[in-house]
Design a protein around this ligand. Structure first.
Ligand SMILES: [Zn+2]
Length: 214
């Protein structure tokens, strides 16, 4: 039995199954799916096994990558769906000072299907942000101070969020994904950096960027 399992594992190593979206990894910049305008999800498809699978995998990938936001195109699906979460543990992660300075606040895991965004406060805030689809880098990006997001949840019930500060930034970032836009399109380009630049010097270049998370 163990021998058979070994042979199977050996075969699958040399003949990996063709992978197709939805993926369990995050697509990287250059993938055309990240530059595609998404299609809305039909309400009558909300109950379909395909949509349920996409939602399930978005949640799995979000958890794996310990991310605060994810858009369906990032797992290879050009549909209008975003996932947001800002858990209380982030306060410890960022530290109380940064948490307050960047106007961070908590948001439980929230799925928004076919979201529409309105700007409530047009004043711009410039802060650094990063994206799982441009893994290993970050840049300062100007974002509107407050936005209103409306759409529906997986049951088709309406969802309305009014958020300012860091959550407004996350919402704008994820909304951009649905229009094939990435933060590198609107960043302050001279602030673009490899987040490991210091570590790269310390380790004489022997640093890897992982694109897979367990
Ligand atoms: Zn992103």
């Amino acid at each position: 039995m163990a021998g058979k399992r070994f042979i199977e594992a050996y075969k699958s190593f040399f003949n990996p199954k063709p992978v197709s979206p939805p993926f369990l990894h995050v697509c990287q910049v250059g993938d055309p799916v990240l530059r595609t305008a998404t299609r809305p999800v039909e309400v009558e498809h909300l109950d379909s096994p395909e949509i349920k699978q996409v939602i399930l995998q978005m949640k799995q990938v979000m958890k794996r990558y310990d991310s605060v936001g994810l858009a369906a195109p990032q797992i290879g699906i050009p549909l209008s769906m975003i996932l947001l979460e800002f858990s209380p543990k982030r306060k410890e992660q960022f530290g109380a000072e940064v948490y307050a300075a960047r106007e961070m606040s908590t948001l439980p895991l929230t799925l928004v299907i076919n979201p529409k965004m309105d700007v409530i406060d047009y004043s711009k805030v410039e802060l650094p942000e990063s994206c799982e689809s441009i893994r290993g880098y970050s840049a300062v990006v100007p974002r509107y101070k407050a936005v209103r997001l409306s759409g529906m949840d997986e049951k088709g019930e309406p969802v309305v969020l009014e958020k300012k500060g860091w959550l407004a930034r996350i919402i704008q970032h994820e909304m951009d994904h649905l229009h094939g836009k990435l933060y590198i399109d609107c960043m302050t380009s001279r602030t673009f950096q490899n987040d490991g630049w210091h570590r790269i010097n310390v380790h004489q270049g022997r640093v890897k960027i992982e694109f897979h998370k367990k």
